[in-house]
Design a protein around this ligand. Sequence first.
Ligand code: G3P
Length: 216
Amino acid sequence: MRLFLDTASIDEVRAAARYGVISGVTTNPSLLAKEGGVSYRQRIQEIASVVDGPISAECVSRKADDLVAEARELASWHPNVVVKIPIDSEGLEAIHRCSAEGIKINVTLVFSANQALLAALAGATFLSPFVGRLDDVSYDGMELIRECVHLVETHDLPARVLAASLRHPLHVAQAAAAGAHIGTIPAALIPQMLKHPLTDIGIDRFLADARTAGLI
Ligand code: G3P
């Protein structure tokens, strides 16, 4: 499973990039709203100058014609832009029209296997099921990841499953085990994924023994 960073913060992107584990970035209006009025275009271009991979930028239009026009605009910002479109009937038409033009689409706010199937058939590049938000309403978000992976693999669909709304390290490990092709994670999850108390204890013990052995 590849990892994308779920953020509109250029500082978080720069900090995570030094580890070499992030191969794309996803943004949305909620993440941009935390960035103090920065222009969306400028921020996407800044991110694209740091991470050489798919950078998702989300449409806010609600009609198919407007979504297509907005998607063309977002896609013009940088060759690595992937346009996010929420899945509903207007969105589905826009996904089909944009994909036919060669604009890569990340279909967002996916909460069922049927939504994922329709999005994949319409030409989506990425399907983004939201794990945490399903958990929030007492459904098993990870089961949806398993269903979507099974769907695209069984029917040989080209869309990739991008596990979104991952909230904690167990979500990441479970999404990988479920076969998600990508997981998009908040920056705070990287140190949480890294940390293990036995690693810290082991380093302390090696250092103590290295002192005893005269190595340091
Ligand atoms: O990737 C989608 C993500 O930004 C949503 O996360 O925590 O708001 O459900 P959350």
